[in-house]
Design a protein around this ligand. Structure first.
Ligand code: DAK
Length: 259
């Protein structure tokens, strides 16, 4: 059985793809091979015009409990430096389609970093989030000190990463780490409803919104607003913008083609 399974399980709606991590015996611990599979699959989906939104999920016990400690334990600094996962994390960030993390169970260490590298997180009410690397004598290495701090602020990020404690789904929602909490059993259905809303919109606008919001994490406010404005102008080169505004004026539902 593959360690990553792709399906379109929701009424076979090809616009929404579901990627399921499948290493249940080790709580979906991430190896470089699994990360490679995730990135290769995202790159394949990126090229398919019919796919408009991607969901990444795990199983009921874990989204992912971090990098595979078994594979890391005896590695050297040079093994780490030369490992292709550094490039893979960068390639993950280059995907332009919306990616939702649907989290049940543990999202820890690299698993939590994977969820934060997605565009937003929807969690089941029993999910747990944390950066427990300090418990095993190391530090976060894939954005855990950077994305987490931008998301929840310095004080809380410090406390989490320095103690290795976990946040419950409700606590994660309260500090804006995640976007929504739903009953554990309804996670995939609820996430699909959100994904379908996105899939109904213009893929061009979605791509540009994702780009502008991501830039807000890296740019000054003034530069970010300039950047956003250029993306706004760019939508006026799309048929989707004409379709959206004409549909509004004609009081009908728009049909976006992604061009
Ligand atoms: N790696 C390997 N195996 C793991 C694992 C992991 N991260 N997490 C769990 N497992 C395995 C356990 O060893 C156990 O295997 P068996 O004993 O059954 O063979 C099985 O999954 C079930 O786990 P437990 O028996 O421990 O289950 P519990 O419910 O009692 O506890 C737990 C669940 C999640 C609290 C516990 O398993 C745990 O603390 N796991 C470790 C969590 C952790 O420390 N995660 C951080 C790892 S470090 C980088 C990119 C990424 C990273 C770094 C750099 N670069 C790009 C530079 C990331 C680093 C990390 O994530």
């Amino acid at each position: 059985m593959s360690e990553l399974i792709t399906t379109h399980p929701f009424n076979n709606d090809l616009r929404v793809a579901l990627l399921k991590l499948n290493r249940p015996k080790v709580l979906n611990a991430l190896t470089t091979d699994l990360l490679q599979e995730i990135v290769s699959e995202l790159q394949r989906l990126e090229e398919l015009p019919e796919v408009r939104c991607i969901i990444i999920t795990g199983d009921d016990r874990a989204f992912a409990a971090g990098a595979d400690i078994m594979k890391m334990a005896e590695s050297t600094a040079m093994d780490q430096l030369n490992d292709k996962r550094l490039r893979l994390w960068k390639e993950f960030a280059m995907i332009t389609k919306p990616i939702i993390a649907a989290v049940n169970g543990f999202a820890l260490g690299g698993g939590h970093e994977l969820s934060m590298a997605c565009d937003f997180v929807i969690a089941g009410d029993t999910a747990k989030f944390g950066q427990p690397e300090i418990n095993i004598g190391t530090t976060p290495g894939a954005g855990g000190t950077q994305r987490l701090t931008r998301a929840i602020g310095k004080s809380k990020a410090m406390m989490l990463a320095l103690t290795g404690e976990m946040l419950t789904a409700r606590e994660a929602l309260a500090c804006n780490l995640i976007a929504k909490v739903v009953p554990e059993v309804a996670l995939l259905q609820e996430t699909f409803e959100v994904a379908k809303k996105i899939a109904d919109k213009s893929p061009i606008a979605a791509k540009l919104i994702k780009d502008s919001i991501n830039k807000s994490q890296e740019m000054s406010l003034r530069d970010g607003i300039e950047y956003e404005r250029r993306n706004f102008y760019l939508t006026f080169a799309s048929a989707d913008q004409k379709e959206g505004m004409n549909a509004f004026l004609e009081k009908r539902s728009p049909e976006y083609k992604g061009n």
